[in-house]
Design a protein around this ligand. Sequence first.
Ligand SMILES: Nc1nc2c(ncn2[C@@H]2O[C@H](COP(=O)(O)OP(=O)(O)OP(=O)(O)O)[C@@H](O)[C@H]2O)c(=O)[nH]1
Length: 330
Amino acid sequence: MKKHGNEPIPVTVLTGFLGAGKTTLLNHVLTGDHGETIAVIVNEFGEVGIDNELLQGSEEEIVEMNNGCICCQVRGDLIRILNQLIESNHYFDRVIIETTGLANPGPVAQTFFVDEGIAEAFMLDAVVTVVDAVHADQHLDEQDETMEQVAFADVVLLNKIDLVKHEELDRLKRRLRSINPMARFHQTVYSRIDLKELLGIKAFDIKKKLELDPKFLEGHGHHHKHDDDVKAFVLRENRPLDLKKIQLLFSIWIQVYGQRMFRYKGFLDVQGMEERVVFQGVHMLFGTTVDRKWKLGEKRQSEIVIIGKDLNSADFQQQFSKCSIQDETA
Ligand SMILES: Nc1nc2c(ncn2[C@@H]2O[C@H](COP(=O)(O)OP(=O)(O)OP(=O)(O)O)[C@@H](O)[C@H]2O)c(=O)[nH]1
């Protein structure tokens, strides 16, 4: 890895619960006018990575880690990838790590202090937590990860403020500040923020972290436990889907299971359409957009990742398959 003189490469860790706006923020950074070369490490929960496909025309190095949560089983992978960056011949101005919505940023941050080679080559610039203003209360009440992410942040982006009333926002801000009075707060729509407030801000302060948590660097202090009921599963269908049937099914799912569907996203192959259709949502808010055309020779199939609580994946798959055009049982 080439770098300016002996300066370590700054690293930004993006966290935030499922669907908060991390990928939107990453797109904002990658398409921004900064002239930097950025290495991006994306960690998704679930066996297939959709985010990589949703990132816009970036020429940056994007490494995906999809076999679990970055703060637990795949932390070794993170160390390996960072070491690969060190050994590579590429030049990078900075590294951005997008963690899964279920990650505790603590152990990810630890990586930059406990491993000697990594501590020398990189400098943790800031932990940035994106908060979904619409669902923050529910997530803070029910998901420990959200609380940890806010508490650990150097910068909090209170995002999706276009969807929330003024009074609600004020109350939410007070709640967030009471969890983390020291972080820098910004309010955003589609995670749009002046990049000067985000990158190269030297906001992570190891001394402060150690004051708050003297065992921060001890390595064994990672008691993070995922909520076992939250699971990711993938729905697949090789036959094209009937648009009307699938629209109806989605609206039923969202009515019935919306509260428990934290995040869903994927691509659909719709009968009669040349383009892929992106379908994604957070709880009851969802949208579809027309994406690029299917490429010649590309396998056309529909693939959706759903992350939720107490959902029966077999039932979902069965209902999903019934929306294919050839299924006469539907
Ligand atoms: N209305 C509105 N929608 C937003 C805003 N920010 C993001 N979204 C939408 O919210 C959804 C989730 O955004 P992402 O950026 O994919 O969220 P994420 O945190 O990367 O989600 P995962 O990593 O997939 O859990 C997408 O449909 C976005 O278009 C916002 O400020 N306002």
